[in-house]
Design a protein around this ligand. Structure first.
Ligand SMILES: C[S@@+](CC[C@H](N)C(=O)[O-])C[C@H]1O[C@@H](n2cnc3c(N)ncnc32)[C@H](O)[C@@H]1O
Length: 307
């Protein structure tokens, strides 16, 4: 299935694109956002990251009429290093539309979906060594339960972990679903939803890389440059919310003779998250869990201390 871009107009509007700016799309995917960014650029340039070969091949087709962009096949956790290699030290905006694209979820061979039988894989970067199969078959009970509980908020995490230990080796998604069906038979939604989310987050280190990229982005943004993040579950959203909040509050003792605002790196643009419209949610069920948050880089480095 083709990927339907989520919160397209909202994300572009909040990026506040300058036509000669340098922008980064950290999650190229089907290139819906990237294409719109490029339409707003004149002398500007876009760097687009993705770690998935299929997404990159697909996006190249979508962007074939543009030449002011470069695709970087890498995890966005290497934002700073990869941009520095291009002699880019400052950027005017970063967009992150987290998670996976529909073509990754819907391709049974990738092992992301509990709806089809496949190998337990779940790697976004197919060259990475760690797979869901390795986690399921080698981690001990506590480690598995922790993953299910923390990343999936799965209340039966220990029971599921125990059954996995009893029945391994497991190689396919359907073997894992059989276990979650047995344990979560009372669950209203799909019995495996939380466990699959948890494994995907663990395989791809999704929460850690998000913190890394946000930290690097703050240091690379020009004053007035914005970070726009679209998240799809509460764990990601919590990280973004907390990061934006921390960076927008002064860490200095209150009695120091400086303007408080001079020493915060970010200004919150969205105090509350932006949600898709009812119309978008109706047209694209994947958008239902989306939340968009925005922060803007302040110009504190140029500020002067009050005497
Ligand atoms: C939701 S899709 C992006 C869709 C895109 N905004 C569009 O309009 O078509 C997310 C994409 O980001 C990629 N991705 C997710 N996490 C990543 C990471 N840490 N580094 C690089 N790419 C990542 C996935 O491979 C996927 O292609």
């Amino acid at each position: 299935m083709e990927h339907k871009t989520v919160l397209l107009n909202e994300a572009i509007e909040y990026l506040n694109i300058k036509e000669d700016g340098i922008y980064v799309d950290g999650t190229l995917g089907g290139a819906g956002h990237s294409k719109m960014i490029l339409k707003h650029l004149k002398d500007g340039f876009l760097y687009a990251f993705d770690q998935d070969d299929y997404a990159i091949d697909f996006a190249k087709q979508v962007l074939k009429d543009f030449d002011n962009y470069k695709i970087i096949k890498s995890n966005f956790r290497h934002l700073k290093q990869k941009l520095n290699e291009e002699n880019i030290y400052k950027i005017d905006g970063l967009l992150l539309d987290l998670g996976m694209s529909s073509f990754q979820i819907d391709d049974p061979s990738r092992g992301f979906t509990y709806l089809k039988d496949a190998k337990l894989d779940m790697r976004m970067d197919q060259s990475q060594a760690l797979t869901a199969e390795e986690i399921v078959n080698t981690y001990d009970k506590d480690a598995l339960a922790k993953i299910f509980y923390i990343y999936g908020e799965e209340k039966n995490s220990y029971k599921i972990a125990q059954r996995i230990i009893d029945q391994r080796p497991l190689t396919s998604t359907s073997e894992l679903v059989k276990i979650t069906d047995q344990v979560n038979y009372k669950e209203k939604g799909h019995s495996a939803k939380k466990v699959f989310q948890a494994l995907r987050i663990a395989v791809n280190h999704e929460l850690g890389v998000l913190e890394e990229v946000l930290t690097q982005a703050v240091d690379m943004l020009n004053p007035g440059g914005r970070i726009v993040v679209i998240t799809f579950h509460s764990l990601e959203d919590r990280i973004v919310k907390h990061f934006f909040k921390t960076e927008s509050i002064s860490q200095l003792p209150k009695n120091l003779p400086v303007m408080m605002d001079d020493h915060v790196k970010l200004k919150l643009i969205t105090k509350k998250p932006i949600y898709p419209t009812d119309e978008e949610m109706q047209n694209n069920s994947r958008s239902k869990s989306a939340k968009l948050r925005v922060a803007e880089r302040t110009s504190y480095e140029n500020s002067t201390h009050r005497s």
